[in-house]
Ligand binder design. Structure first.
Ligand code: 13P
Length: 253
């Protein structure tokens, strides 16, 4: 009942020409796929160009970050209404790189989630524990805190626009994917938490993506886990052939 989502987070990669070349190669390779919601998140400067290239296709546009205010004296920031204006339907918030490298707090991330809901844009809220936290048995506490504070005061109705991405920090860009069982365990925990915070229908309707070294050769097994509803892909989304293979995953169950 949950539409799978495969989203490509291009991070800080690709010029205008490279961005449009990538989606132009991707489009025919995924055109026949009508079951997956396909999303790409280029850098801010390439959003307009990519929006133009994917117009009329089955690929949707996301931004990698936003600020919580619609406008004003906030030098260097970009707002949800401006991202909507350029054609975005989703915005990634709370990515671990933003938390770790730019000191983003759960409170700031929550303010972004509210701003996106108000603007009518979807959020892809990233959460995930570090290796130290996992080894110290704090994984569930960290996930609980990030979910609870990240979604604070969002209504069950607003949750319809929220996608959660579980990205264990130790699996990002390291080639170390969580095992299928580790991913399923975390996703089931997050879904149970959503039941506790909201209700069963909301928890059952919310998509939970896995992110962290998702590749063509591990996506099928990950997507076969009952609570894994999609993937947020970094490195492998920069190659059309690899990303298309991930989009066109084959579940094994
Ligand atoms: P990699 O797929 O490169 O590990 O990156 C994952 C990620 O951070 C997606 O947001």
């Amino acid at each position: 009942m949950r539409t799978p989502m495969i989203a490509g987070n291009w991070k800080l990669h690709k010029t205008l020409a490279e961005s449009s070349a990538l989606v132009r190669e991707l489009m025919p390779a995924v055109a026949a796929n009508q079951v997956v919601e396909i999303v790409v998140a280029p850098v801010f400067t390439a959003l307009d160009k990519v929006a133009e290239a994917i117009a009329g296709s089955n690929i949707k546009l996301a931004a990698q970050n936003c600020y919580s205010q619609p406008q004003g004296a906030f030098t260097g920031e970009v707002s949800p209404p401006l991202l909507k204006d350029v054609g975005c339907q989703y915005v990634i918030i709370g990515h671990s790189e933003r938390r770790q490298l730019f000191g983003e707090s759960d409170e700031l991330i929550n303010s972004k989630a509210h701003a996106l809901a108000k603007t009518g844009l979807g959020s892809i809220l990233c959460i995930g524990e570090t290796l130290d936290e996992r080894e110290a048995d704090q994984m569930f506490d960290v996930l609980r805190r990030q979910v609870r504070l990240g979604l604070k005061n969002l209504s069950a109705e607003q949750m319809a626009g929220v996608v959660i991405a579980y990205e264990p920090v130790w699996a990002i860009g390291t080639g170390k994917t969580a095992s299928d069982a580790q991913a399923q365990e975390a996703h089931a925990f997050i879904r149970a938490l959503l039941t506790e915070l909201y209700d069963k229908p909301t928890a059952n309707a919310t998509r939970i993506l896995y992110g962290g070294s998702v590749k063509p050769d591990n996506v099928d097994n990950l997507m076969s886990q009952p609570d894994v509803d999609g993937a947020l892909v970094g490195g492998a989304s920069l190659k059309a052939e690899d990303f298309a293979r991930i989009v066109n995953f084959q579940t094994t169950t």
